[in-house]
Write a protein that binds this ligand. Structure first.
Ligand SMILES: NC(=O)c1ccc[n+]([C@@H]2O[C@H](COP(=O)([O-])OP(=O)(O)OC[C@H]3O[C@@H](n4cnc5c(N)ncnc54)[C@H](OP(=O)(O)O)[C@@H]3O)[C@@H](O)[C@H]2O)c1
Length: 268
């Protein structure tokens, strides 16, 4: 997909990875429509992106609200004349033992991580199919292929997004609309609150900078990749988990005790 001639709708641009994606796309001359639930912050970001060379519009949207995805897509098409690429990057994380998780937090997580992307895609697909042209990009997670203890609902929300991406790209074969699923590993952004960051350090988890993740997302778009798993050896673990899950069971189960102090209510 050619970035410089594309109109790109992107969620999560106030965050680490989404912000880095938008900032790297801007000098490439893309037309960016960013979604931010804070109007002032979104306007500031749009100004920054314009200074960097992009045409930039901001739309306000709380992705948990059911009618918002369809409204965002309709506004983007009306204001910008179309959408070539949709990047679903907004996300939230629940960390801790699932028995301690409030059901409202589980519901919010699935709304933001799974339902909002699916509903945005549902709204934009007829437009892309009519043009026989478009790219849908879903930012998932390595935890969307490896069910990770203390991230049960988060893992499940990203498993769902990965499964949806895989099914849809098969369904859309030959339509001119592609689907790209990108799975980052631990990335240094505000997404990982104190407890998660301390746990990642204690477990020696590999960590990426948001700029390098953003570069990989953009590269995957440019090369029309079906999926991309970021980081070594994480991408190998994804393969091993799909073929020999019992091997991964035993190593992750051992880690639960190391995670416990960080995952309890007081340790978060
Ligand atoms: N960081 C990691 O370690 C990591 C690893 C693997 C995958 N990922 C995935 O990468 C994506 C981006 O993560 P990140 O690290 O950039 O996270 P982040 O810095 O916390 O940013 C999250 C973004 O999502 C937006 N968002 C959250 N809830 C929303 C809602 N209800 N309505 C509208 N926007 C909402 C946030 O907006 P507000 O500022 O308004 O909250 C923010 O722009 C996520 O999908 C995440 O699952 C991250």
């Amino acid at each position: 997909m050619n970035i410089s001639t594309s109109t790109i709708l992107i969620t999560g641009t106030s965050g680490g990875i989404g912000g880095a994606i938008a900032r790297q796309l801007a000098p490439r001359g893309a037309s960016l429509i960013i979604v931010d639930r804070d109007a002032v912050r979104g306007a500031q970001m749009a100004t920054e992106l314009r200074k960097a060379g992009a045409k930039a519009l901001v739309l306000n949207g709380e992705l948990c609200e059911a009618d918002v995805p369809a409204r965002l897509v309709a506004s983007a098409i009306e204001l910008a004349g179309g959408i070539d690429i949709l990047i679903n990057c907004a996300g939230v994380q629940n960390f801790g033992f699932f028995a301690d998780e409030a059901s409202i937090d589980t519901t919010t997580l699935f709304k933001v991580n799974t339902l909002a992307p699916i509903n945005l895609i549902n709204a934009v697909l007829p437009h892309m199919l009519a043009k026989k042209h478009g790219q849908i990009v879903n930012v998932g997670s390595i935890f969307g292929s490896i069910g990770f203890p203390c991230f049960a609902s988060y893992s499940a929300s990203k498993f769902a997004l990965r499964g949806f991406s895989e099914a849809l790209r098969r369904e859309l074969k030959g339509s001119g609309v592609g689907v790209t699923y990108v799975a980052p590993r631990f990335t240094r952004t505000p997404f990982n609150r104190d407890g998660v960051t301390r746990m990642a350090e204690a477990l020696n988890m590999n960590q990426d900078e948001p700029a390098s993740v953003a570069a990989s997302v953009i590269n995957a778009i440019e090369h029309d990749k079906l999926d991309r798993y970021l980081g070594w050896p994480e991408k190998l673990f994804v393969r091993i988990n799909s073929i020999f899950p019992r091997l991964v069971d035993s190593s992750l189960m051992k880690q639960v005790e190391q995670m416990r102090p960080f995952a309890t209510q007081t340790g978060r």
